[in-house]
Ligand binder design. Structure first.
Ligand code: SAM
Length: 250
């Protein structure tokens, strides 16, 4: 898979590229990340990529010319293009799985007050937000998208780890423990020490469901409406919700 990142700040990604999982994926050629410096496509001696907003107002906008030339230099039209922006649909794990199926993704990094609207109209990127808050630029959002996609590529991390984590079955993950068995008086739940795999599985599912009901009731609604989610999970949710009505959570 290839990521083409158009940015004014290629150095931002230095640390990201050195991250263990990413650098392993890069050195085993599972992914290629091509950083394209938008300033290389400017025509003035100051290599300026921003300009004032028509109509007035605070802040600058990234100019269309260098962005369009950068996009054209990699024949971006017709490819999957993503523009991270707070105006976009909120990114989620389902989208990460969809992007992991695509061979080449171009990401346009915005800065200042954003990019000229005509780039969006002409190149039709997916507009994707990583949450309801404002970043100074898209580079952190591009890293979030790349990280979440790269770890899903076959062979990058163990398939087992992906099966068990939050959102893989629509739920949040169960609580996890490591050694020591007792830490500051807090003991690891007995069931996890029992070696009884079936009981451990049931306990984890119950805890996952309880946590999701308490923290993300919106996810429970989606699971109940989704026939792809196993009937075991849906039955257990119903049972736990009925118990909650009578006893409350402990
Ligand atoms: N003027 C914009 C607005 O009010 O929506 C905010 C611009 S922000 C300071 C600069 C750039 O950071 C944006 O163009 C966008 O590319 C990126 N950005 C900011 N917040 C983001 C978010 N939540 N998700 C994805 N990208 C974001």
């Amino acid at each position: 898979m290839i990521f083409q990142i158009i940015t004014l700040f290629p150095d931002f990604f230095k640390g990201f590229l050195e991250n263990t999982i990413i650098s392993r994926a890069l050195s085993s050629n599972k992914v290629r990340i091509n950083l394209i410096d938008c300033r290389n496509f400017t025509k003035d001696k100051y290599r300026s990529c921003d300009d004032y907003t028509y109509g007035g107002g605070a802040g600058m906008i990234i100019k269309p010319e260098p962005l369009a030339l950068a996009l054209d230099s990699i024949q971006a039209k017709g490819k999957k293009i993503v523009y991270p922006t707070p105006l976009g649909v909120v990114y989620n794990q389902k989208m990460a799985y969809e992007y992991a199926e695509i061979k080449e993704i171009v990401i346009i990094c915005g800065r200042y007050e954003g990019i000229d609207q005509r780039i969006i109209d002409l190149y039709k990127p997916d507009e994707v937000s990583i949450g309801d808050y404002i970043l100074s630029g898209s580079e952190p959002a591009a890293s979030v998208i790349m990280d979440s996609v790269i770890r899903l590529l076959p062979g990058v991390i163990k398939g087992e780890s992906l099966k068990e984590e939050s959102f893989s079955n629509g739920l949040l993950e169960y609580p996890q423990y490591t050694r020591p068995e007792i830490f500051r008086g807090e003991k690891v739940p007995n069931v996890l020490l029992s070696g009884h795999h079936e009981n451990i599985k049931k306990w984890r599912l119950k805890k996952s469901i309880e946590k999701t009901i308490m923290r993300r009731p919106d996810l429970i609604e989606s699971i109940m409406a989704d026939s792809n989610i196993s009937s075991e999970i849906r039955k257990t949710i119903k049972k736990i919700m009925e118990e909650e009505l009578t006893d409350g959570f402990n």
